[in-house]
Design a binder for this molecule. Structure first.
Ligand code: SAM
Length: 128
């Protein structure tokens, strides 16, 4: 976990889940050759991708728990979504991680899209 704000990020702590490595994850997902890895903290980890001005996404799945991380993910992916593309997040309805819902509600407050809650705390947005 990157730095955490206890006021918005529940019981998470900086450095949590740090006992792993990109090599371990690569090995775990070795059966999926189309997967690309961008290790490090987002959005810095996505900086090299910004040179590709044509980069667009059809489907984004977020599960980053924190207000700042969710907010920066929306700021980064939203302008790169195709029309009809889907952004799904985990934890929108989980009151133990209130930053996720806050990030979505604040980000989409002045946008035409609607945040639609789904089963088991998820939510989805379809890019218009
Ligand atoms: C709930 S876990 C994700 C679990 C994963 N989806 C799974 O099912 O195994 C949340 C993860 O988000 C990562 N995370 C949060 N903010 C991040 C950021 N700014 N950059 C990179 N990773 C981040 C944390 O390291 C943590 O591992």
């Amino acid at each position: 976990m990157p730095p955490v704000d206890p006021l918005t990020d529940g019981a998470f702590y900086e450095g949590e889940s740090g006992d792993t490595s990109v090599e371990q994850v690569r090995a775990y997902l070795a059966g999926f050759p189309a997967v690309h890895f961008h290790s490090g903290f987002f959005p810095e980890s996505a900086k090299p991708l910004e040179q590709d001005m044509a980069l667009r996404f059809k489907f984004v799945h977020l599960d980053v728990d924190l207000l700042a991380s969710t907010r920066s993910a929306l700021e980064w992916f939203y302008p790169r979504m195709v029309r009809g593309g889907l952004i799904i997040t985990h934890d929108y309805g989980d009151t133990t991680v209130p930053g996720v819902k806050r990030a979505f509600d604040e980000f989409f407050a002045d946008k035409p899209e609607t945040v639609v809650p789904l089963w088991f705390t998820q939510a989805v947005v379809t890019k218009l």
